[in-house]
Write a protein that binds this ligand. Sequence first.
Ligand code: FES
Length: 137
Amino acid sequence: MKSAYGWQTPAPDYELTCVEPGSPMGELMRRYWQPVCTSDELRDLPRKEKLLCEEIVVFRDKKGRVGALDPHCAHRGTSLEWGRIEEGGLRCCYHGWLYDTQGQCIDMPCETEEFRTRLDVWQPAYPVMEYGGLVFV
Ligand code: FES
């Protein structure tokens, strides 16, 4: 490929530039904390962010704990980006399942008691740390 100045543009280096899951640089980068937003950006609405080619929903519950979850609800896949922040975590906007900051489903309001006790549902979650006014995942 030629550039505007007639120089040859090198082909992209897959090993150095691709960071999706399973790629060499993606696996390397996932061994380190990655900044995703500032602490003061986490207010009363969850934030959908993209980090290393993956979407995540970051939120601070009403107890002040920060969580980072896969955006697609474990129940029917609704985006948790539209969820409601509560004292115990993030509640899905569709059927109201409530996930804590570790990803454990702690409330299923539309399900029977038997169903709730038999299922141990976990939403994929990422480790989170706040440091120096930043949120790292
Ligand atoms: S899709 Fe989230 S609770 Fe049903």
